[in-house]
Design a binder for this molecule. Structure first.
Ligand SMILES: *Cc1c(COP(=O)(O)O)cnc(C)c1O
Length: 334
């Protein structure tokens, strides 16, 4: 099966399963799991932050961060397309009484500084208290410019706002730009990272930041039902990915580029963009259902949401890219 729906479909490699099997375990709610502690320490060091905390999912890691930064009646600024705003069920509002203030993106996925500035409310009892700027990198596969990140977080700090980065795919940004994870995390107070996307862990995300915020997030994690027991088995998978599978993302990016180049040479479908491991296509409406069925018959899965998004990942090799291109070509030839 060639699954292009997301990089979340990646399975743990044999070596990752061995690492999980070998991990020493304890009860992490009691603070007793050595594999969790070892992973959190390693990740804090790698990201240049004081502390790290393992979560079952990125949604919970982001939510605990929003809850740690904001009080009831506060608001956070985020992009219209941000995962924290659009794809997390409105959790901050539902569970925290925290109001999102969405802002329209620029073409490159960033939030224009003028729009951020205009969205920050003055201290007036009519308004929610603007408390936090939450950005995302990568977004739609695009790497957000590092200079922009410094400017946006400086603007936030000028206005007394805290900063959070949803870095679910920050490892892709680090590999694509040959930049250290620590320097991409440096402008932000807290960063959420996912290990179950392109890095292949079966589950697991982590929040990194200053000790006081991580302590607050630990309390929220417990309340959200995210306190886990022998979670060293998960931490070991994440740790293995951190140590051994990050560099592999470069191959995903190369294959995504090759897939985009191949699809660009075909008629009828339009490649709108390709960045890191993602491609966005425009397929004319009458072709969407038949193309999807044609590909499914050849064991190729795609998902059509707004535009067609293809996600390349570590469970797809060069032969898979050839098979995808051949299937598109044959469909368009008939
Ligand atoms: C996947 C993802 C998350 C977290 O999703 P979970 O499925 O809850 O782990 C957060 N932000 C972005 C940008 C994502 O792509």
């Amino acid at each position: 099966m060639i699954d292009l729906r997301s990089d979340t479909v990646t399975r743990p490699s044999a070596a990752m399963r061995d690492a999980m099997h070998a991990a020493p375990l304890g009860d992490d709610v009691w603070g007793d799991d050595p594999s969790v502690a070892h992973f959190e320490d390693a990740l804090a060091e790698r990201t240049g932050k004081a502390a790290a905390l393992l979560f079952p999912s990125g949604t919970q890691s982001n939510l605990a961060a929003l809850l740690a930064h904001c009080q009831r009646g506060d608001e956070y600024i985020a992009g219209q397309q941000a995962h924290t705003y659009k794809y997390e069920g409105g959790g901050a509002a539902v569970l925290g009484g925290i109001q999102p203030q969405p802002v329209e993106h620029a073409e490159d996925g960033s939030l224009p500084l003028e729009r951020i500035r205009a969205a920050i409310k003055p201290d007036d009892f009519h308004f929610a208290r603007t408390r936090l700027l939450a950005l995302e990198n990568t977004i739609g596969g695009r790497v957000i410019d590092a200079d922009y990140m410094h400017q946006a977080t400086a603007l936030a700090r000028e206005h007394g706002l805290a900063t959070h980065l949803d870095g679910a795919r920050l490892f892709n940004a680090a590999v694509a730009t040959d930049t250290s994870l620590a320097s991409l995390c440096a402008p932000f107070d807290t960063v959420s990272l996912c290990f179950s996307k392109g890095l292949g862990a079966p589950m697991g995300s982590a929040l990194v930041g200053p000790q006081a915020l991580i302590d607050a997030a630990r309390r929220w994690r417990k309340m959200l039902g995210g306190g886990m027991r022998q979670s060293g088995i998960i931490a070991a998978a994440c740790h293995y990915a951190l140590d051994h599978q990050v560099a592999d993302l470069a191959a995903d990016h190369r294959r995504a580029e090759r897939l985009a180049a191949g699809l660009r040479s075909l008629p009828t479908i339009e490649v709108l963009s390709q960045a890191t491991n993602m491609l966005f296509l425009r397929v004319p409406e009458p072709h969407i259902a038949p193309l999807r069925a044609w590909l499914a018959e050849r064991e190729i899965l795609i998902e059509v949401l707004y535009d067609t998004r293809l996600v390349v990942h570590r469970d797809l090799d060069d032969a898979a890219i050839d098979a995808i291109l051949a299937a598109f070509e044959e469909y368009l030839a008939q």
